[in-house]
Design a protein around this ligand. Structure first.
Ligand SMILES: [Zn+2]
Ligand SMILES: [Zn+2]
Length: 463
């Protein structure tokens, strides 16, 4: 049996909460469907793990309600059979939701008896489990899964994903070296920050600045994705890079691993020597609680844009553009976008170019075909190496991590993370463009993709 945890997406959490209002003091119930994210080997424990991602909420109509009070709720279960059929047809896991308006987020003896019976029905239908979620009047949520009909296992760890980010069920005390941070954010927020498993896609200029920030903030588990070897021209901006590393042709990941190990701050950093998006990265990406996208390629960005939607794992994307327009005029932009349910995706924002993404993945996967197209002038071309200066790449990394801090701690208000911030270094200002999800966006505006989890082909992408 795989250890399991839950990812609860903001829109579903709101729908669960709405049952409290609808019940006005008496219990209410609903159904849900969860996507499955199976991890063959967790990067930090090497053990298999299963994550359950909230995918859809199914209200139970008033017609189906038989009776309800502050201590019980009973309803017609015809809808339950339809739910099981839908789960089975789509490889999803069914769930029951109910409220304890006057009680705690704890399952009662009554719950045990009722659910055991429904779990038996689900097992007979061939379901790999039945999830149960209970919400208390104070908003606390508890969850468990009946993987066998006679035994439920608690899902103690829940990652709540929206503009605010939170992991419930974390234990442990913040490390001593975090004392001054605890004085600002408090113990609980610091425990939260330490408990996030962080992915860093891209170990170049931005990634090399970002990873040490996570280290100093107390993050204990991180995974980095990169395939590059350091070269002479990286030394103007790659934090931790040494001239001797260039001579030794060290992978960038090895440089960052050395930085983390030398610090002695207790972070376990795992390296995956592949670009985010390569099948070798899928397992580790699914194991993350937040992913910082620090690549400068469109292909990796397009991939993570979609990944965030399917797995409900927040992606914080960093983009930079630097050029000298004329003798005295500069364009210096840093953009940070947070990909969580409710925020428009990078395609809707126009922040990535699907054509360039296709060309980049072709260049990596089929260089011969890419060269042929290039000769025929069908590709946009990469141009000369683009300009890059360490102060801007480093500030962009800081912006990204600060946005995550805003999501976890609420330091910039209850609203949490902004969808997109664009800092213009040349104008010394910051813009927050308002972007609406496009009605026809194939990524962020379809209920079918939200929290869908594992599907074949991966992310339903045909390459
Ligand atoms: Zn109950
Ligand atoms: Zn979109």
């Amino acid at each position: 049996m795989r250890a399991s945890d839950l990812i609860l997406l903001g829109p579903h959490r709101s729908q669960i909460r709405s049952l409290l209002t609808a019940g006005a003091g008496s219990e209410r119930s609903a159904y849900m469907l969860f996507g499955i994210a199976d991890i063959e080997a967790d990067p930090w424990t090497n053990q298999p793990r299963r994550r359950l991602v909230s995918h859809r909420f199914h209200a139970i109509g008033d017609d189906d309600l038989i009776s309800a009070s502050a201590r019980h709720v009973t309803w017609q279960t015809d809808g339950f059979m339809r739910l099981l059929n839908e789960a089975k047809a789509n490889g999803l896991i069914p769930a029951l939701v109910h409220t304890h308006p006057k009680g705690h987020a704890k399952f009662s003896e009554q719950d045990n008896r009722n659910e055991a019976e429904l779990a038996r029905t689900a097992a007979l239908k061939g379901m790999p489990g039945l999830i149960s979620v209970v919400i208390a009047g104070n908003g606390d949520i508890a969850a468990r899964i009946w993987a066998q009909a006679d035994k439920a296992e608690g899902l103690g760890r829940i990652l709540h994903v929206g503009p605010r980010l939170q992991i419930s069920g974390l234990k442990g005390t913040p490390a001593d070296f975090l004392d001054r941070q605890v004085r600002l954010f408090g113990k609980e927020a610091t425990r939260q920050l330490s408990g996030f498993r962080c992915g860093v896609a891209g170990g170049g200029a931005t990634g090399s600045a970002l990873l040490p920030l996570l280290l100093r903030l107390g993050v204990q588990e991180a995974v980095q994705f990169d395939k590059d070897i350091i070269d002479e021209t990286n030394l103007n901006r790659l934090h931790g890079g040494r001239r001797s590393d260039v001579d030794a042709k060290l992978p960038k990941t090895a440089i960052h691993t050395r930085t983390v190990e030398d610090s002695g701050l207790g972070m376990t950093l795992v390296s995956v020597d592949a670009w985010a998006g390569h099948p070798a990265t899928w397992d580790a990406l699914k194991a993350c609680d937040v992913i910082f996208c620090c690549t400068d390629d469109h292909a990796g960005r397009l991939f993570l844009n979609r990944f965030a939607r399917f797995y409900g794992i927040p992606v914080i994307d960093v983009g930079l553009a630097m050029q000298r327009r004329t003798g005295a005029a500069y364009d210096l932009f840093a953009r940070v976008s947070t990909l969580v349910p409710g925020h428009p995706c990078l395609l809707c924002g126009g922040y990535l170019d699907p054509r360039r993404a296709r060309e980049e993945s072709m260049r990596r996967n089929d260089p011969d075909a890419y060269d042929r197209l290039k000769e025929e002038a069908y590709v946009l071309g990469e141009g000369d190496p683009s300009p890059a200066v360490v102060t801007f790449t480093t500030e962009a990394a800081t912006m990204a991590v600060n946005e995550w801090l805003a999501g976890v701690t609420g330091l910039a208000g209850e609203a949490g993370m902004l969808p997109t911030r664009i800092r213009r270094f040349h104008a010394r200002d910051e813009r927050r463009p308002f972007v609406e999800p496009r009605p026809d966006c194939p990524c962020c505006n379809q209920a079918a993709t939200l929290g869908r989890g594992d599907v074949y082909p991966f992310l339903d992408m045909v390459t």
